[in-house]
Design a protein around this ligand. Structure first.
Ligand code: KG4
Ligand code: ZN
Length: 335
């Protein structure tokens, strides 16, 4: 079954064709991240406008690279929630028009379910149930994936998402957007023990909190400025990266131990973080459990993951009418 996936929930306009939920035939991404960097973060209005400009070409390229026409596509899958609403609606409306014109089924896909489905592209043999941490710019969840379309949230951030914390710290340190790769790059030249940053206290065994950590970084910078002292950006980036990845890895491993999970997975934009990947590799090796992480190109937003999840949503009978609406928020375990 050939599914055309469309993704436009944040600053990436993406289209991809995936066969049977695992085989990627094309994966095209047009990003407005460089332009957003001028403003230090995503400006929703700019994201929406760029989606409108890029979506036709992106979809056409995805079909061309797959060597397929719309007639040969079996269904159109699209991210309908959660995300920047103006951005989501561009993809949803384009997908509706395309599916209607070509008389194909329309499949609504939850963005975070898509991030999890990126794992099936890398590990075609991976099957639920498994435990997964999804860490992105908007969410940080520890989820039990009961089945391809059935999820139980065990823990979540009580304030900022992990990616959001990277982005805000990057801005504080003057490192630009997106913050994750920028902080990580600076951290490679820094000493992770140089600054003592707090381990935030949080209610809930699998919950995380990053707002205090972000404020602690801001305080270090402000206090140094008041005293007329220099800070080492690389050392502070390294100390922050070390602390946040340690918290994420510890929580996921704790949930894995508690639930006797034989397989744990990591997904979402933050899954591209080198140090987090290393910490989880070491931690899971010690516990003797299997670790699955998407290839770097499938960690950030892309449409191959949307087409992959679209396949399982389709098999579960989850198609939509042409009255499908986009939603800014929606829990991953929606029914
Ligand atoms: O999943 P994603 O592409 O978009 C959302 O659904 O939000 O995640 C984007 C987030 C951004 O906050 C970005 O700074 C972060 O993922 N990110 C990283 C890295 N690469 C991207 N965070 C830490 N380390 C990275 N290497
Ligand atoms: Zn995402």
């Amino acid at each position: 079954m050939y599914i055309l996936g469309i993704e436009s929930s944040c600053d990436e306009t993406a289209a991809a064709v995936v066969k049977d939920g695992t085989q990627v035939l094309s994966n095209v991404i047009a990003s407005s991240a460089q332009e957003q960097n001028l403003y230090g973060g995503v400006v929703p209005e700019i994201a929406s406008r760029r989606h409108i400009e890029h979506i036709s070409t992106t979809v056409r390229q995805a079909l061309e690279q797959a060597g397929l026409t719309m007639e040969e596509i079996d269904a159109v899958a699209v991210t309908f929630a959660p995300g920047l609403i103006g951005a989501v609606l561009v993809g949803v409306n384009f997908a509706k028009g395309l599916a209607y014109g070509a008389k194909k089924p329309l499949i609504p896909v939850h963005h975070l379910r898509g991030h999890i489905a990126a794992l099936y592209l890398e590990y075609p043999d991976l099957k639920p149930p498994f435990l997964c941490m999804v860490a992105s710019g908007g969410h940080s969840h520890i989820v039990r994936v009961e089945d391809y379309t059935k999820f139980e949230v065990l823990g979540r951030t009580v304030d900022d998402a992990a990616g959001e914390a990277f982005d805000k710290v990057s801005r504080t340190l003057g490192l630009g957007y997106p913050g994750g790769p920028a902080v990580s790059k600076a951290a490679q030249q820094g000493n992770p023990k140089a600054y003592k940053l707090p381990v935030p206290h949080v209610e809930g065994r699998y919950n995380v909190s990053f707002s205090g950590l972000k404020t602690a970084v801001l305080n270090v910078v402000n206090q140094a400025q008041m005293r007329g002292e220099e800070i080492s950006v690389c050392d502070l980036a390294a100390s922050f990266e070390h602390r946040i990845t340690e918290i994420l890895a510890e929580k996921l491993l704790l949930a894995a131990k508690d639930t006797h999970a034989p397989v744990v997975c990591l997904a979402g934009g933050v899954a591209a973080n080198r140090l987090l990947r290393q910490q989880l590799e070491q931690g899971t090796q010690k516990l003797g459990i299997q670790l699955c992480m998407p290839a770097l190109k499938y960690c950030g937003d892309n449409a191959a993951m949307i087409a992959a999840q679209g396949y399982y949503e389709y098999l579960a009978g989850n198609t939509a009418g042409f009255d499908l609406n986009g939603l800014a928020t929606l829990p991953i375990d929606y029914q």
